[in-house]
Each structure stands twice: as structure tokens, then as C-alpha cells.
Design a protein around this ligand. Structure first.
Ligand SMILES: [Zn+2]
Length: 107
């Protein structure tokens, strides 16, 4: 149940952010940025979140995977299975984005 843990993480993050902004428990909707590598089933994630959030409307902006080659500095979009530079074939790869979980706005 990967998506359940993720939904809990998202909810925790939203509550933390709501606390920081002085919104308390009065959050009605939230917009978050979520890295593509963090979830597999968006629909399932939204349904689970609905079940546990107590009515917070969630909007998710997916942040695509991006990797960069440390040898030739090429940036590319990796698929999940292959982590070699598409230009020079190096395995010396760093993830640039795709693992984020950030609260963008609360309302
Ligand atoms: Zn390269």
C-alpha cells in the first residue's frame, strides 16, 4: 500500500504547512507539487487521500522525472528502468527532479 503512506505523508505536510501559516485545521483545499517517482496510481492516491483527509480538496501538480549526467552534463527524462545517460551511456547519473513533495498553496 505505497499510496496509503504517500497519502499520509501529503496530509501531514499539508497540516504542517497549515500550522505554519496559522490556518489551523480550517484548510479546505490544497495544491501540491508531487514528483513523478513518488506515486504509481494517481487515481488511487486521490481516493485514499479523500478517505483520510476529512474533506480537504486536493489538487496535484505532477513534477516530471529529470536526471542529469555527471560526466557530460546532459539533462534527460529517465524511464524508471534505465538510469544511464542517453547521450554518453554513463551510469554516473544524478536525479534533478521527480522526488518532490511540496505544498504550493492552501485555501
Ligand atoms: Zn552523459
Amino acid at each position: 500500500m505505497h499510496e496509503l503512506h504517500l497519502a499520509e505523508d501529503i496530509l501531514r505536510k499539508i497540516r504542517e504547512e497549515a500550522g505554519t501559516r496559522g490556518l489551523g485545521t480550517g484548510v479546505k483545499c490544497a495544491k501540491i507539487g508531487l514528483g513523478q517517482s513518488r506515486f504509481t496510481h494517481m487515481q488511487e492516491l486521490l481516493e485514499i487521500f479523500n478517505d483520510i483527509s476529512g474533506g480537504i480538496k486536493l489538487e496535484i501538480e505532477v513534477i516530471p522525472l529529470k536526471a542529469a549526467c555527471a560526466d557530460c552534463q546532459t539533462e534527460f527524462k529517465p524511464d524508471k528502468m534505465r538510469l544511464n545517460c542517453e547521450k554518453c551511456g554513463s551510469a554516473n547519473i544524478q536525479m534533478v527532479s521527480g522526488n518532490e513533495l511540496v505544498v504550493k498553496s492552501l485555501g
